[in-house]
Design a binder for this molecule. Structure first.
Ligand code: M6R
Length: 364
């Protein structure tokens, strides 16, 4: 049932404040100001390396997690798309945790990678949305997302719930490694707890995003730029746009532009820049200015301060609530989803059932 919404995708985008809050309940104890795991006695302290494996949007959630795990827990992370993992003969040592991320829990490549990792002696953790799925059954450490059924082929609420779980998991891992004292843990809990309201704040810009959709809908190619933990969002933005609007889109690390892709820039290629305030803001903005100097038309997604500082020569800006950098990937997922959605609607494509795609890819 789509409720009042025209498409399942839009309904699912709007469910995010609630389902992210619901998911976080299993991973943070707000009163005690502590992060926690659904399986509290699972020993994270002995984990020496994490291999993250997933496909599509779930892979991009894993890519954000790599930044978090390494930054907070100082645990080295390998990251692979599932279809590549087994075939590159990955080195898996004792004390390794293999972490699989999947909305459906049935994706054939991810499942095959899970079984391979198990045969190599890895502990298996699974972030999964369907609790009765094969992956959920095969996990040593089951980390459920509580997004509820996701019907739209384009993953939206599953993604932000995955990020919420992964951020909390990063904090749990950091604590187990002695790298998160009680004060820092309190802070993490506070930031994570702010995510649902911030998502709500982001949804409030739906109409202004809709208003610019017709411009993007006329483009043949679109680029997305981001840095650090927001770089995967650029990839996710491009994937969303491709899959539902059929516009060619690519995501790049902002700093990579001058190593090639900037040659693509002219006034016909909109460039969506994801740049929340924070330690990487100035660097991203200078990459954005390189694009503008070559006639590129920029849509800047930032908070009020960021837009005040750098929004002047942009074709358009999208204002997000000001959030802590930890939750920025969760909050900035919303404009990226809404933009793809409205562009697809403007183009008249089948938003919930895009051509050539299936919700669950159960063949390798
Ligand atoms: O069910 P999974 O999370 O394992 O699915 C992985 C991908 O097939 C999925 O994320 C796909 O990329 C979506 N269509 C993205 O919107």
């Amino acid at each position: 049932d789509k409720g009042n919404h025209r498409h399942f995708m839009l309904k699912e985008i709007y469910e995010q404040p609630i389902v992210v809050a619901q998911t976080l309940k299993s991973y943070v104890r707000r009163l005690e100001e502590q992060v926690s795991l659904p399986i509290p006695d699972f020993d994270l302290g002995t984990i020496r390396r994490v291999s993250i494996v997933a496909c599509g949007t779930s892979f991009y959630a894993g890519m954000v997690a790599k930044y978090w795990f390494e930054q907070f827990a100082r645990v080295p992370v390998d990251l692979d798309v599932a279809s590549e993992f087994r075939y590159r003969a990955p080195v898996m040592e004792e004390g390794g945790l293999a972490l699989f991320i999947s909305q459906s829990g049935e994706t054939a490549d991810t499942l095959a990678a899970l079984r391979h990792a198990r045969s190599e002696g890895q502990k298996i953790a699974v972030v999964v949305n369907v609790p009765t799925s094969t992956m959920a059954r095969e996990a040593d450490l089951l980390l459920p997302t509580h997004a509820g059924p996701e019907i739209g082929v384009a993953s939206t609420k599953a993604f932000t719930c995955q990020l919420a779980v992964l951020a909390a998991f990063a904090a749990n891992l950091a604590r187990a490694k002695g790298r998160l004292d009680a004060k820092a843990e309190k802070e993490v809990v506070r930031h994570l707890s702010e995510a649902p309201a911030a998502i709500n704040g982001a949804l409030a810009y739906d109409e202004s995003i809709e208003a610019m959709a017709s411009v993007i809908a006329g483009a043949r190619d679109v680029l997305y730029l981001g840095r650090g933990p927001d770089y995967p969002l650029a990839l996710e933005g491009a994937l969303k746009l491709k899959e539902i609007s059929y516009i060619h889109a690519e995501g790049y690390a902002a700093g990579e532009m001058k190593h090639g892709p900037i040659a693509l820039i002219d006034e016909n290629v909109p460039v969506i820049v994801i740049a929340p305030s924070g330690p990487l803001f100035d660097k991203t903005v200078s990459n954005m200015q390189e694009v503008q100097a070559r006639g590129g038309k920029v849509v800047l997604i930032s908070d009020y301060d960021g837009i005040q500082a750098a929004g002047e020569n942009c074709m358009a800006t999208i204002t997000m609530p000001k959030v802590h950098p930890l939750i920025a990937p969760i909050v900035y997922a919303i404009p990226v989803q809404l933009l793809a959605y409205h562009v697809a609607v403007a183009k008249g494509t089948d938003v919930d059932q895009p051509r050539n795609l299936a919700k669950s890819v159960t063949v390798e």
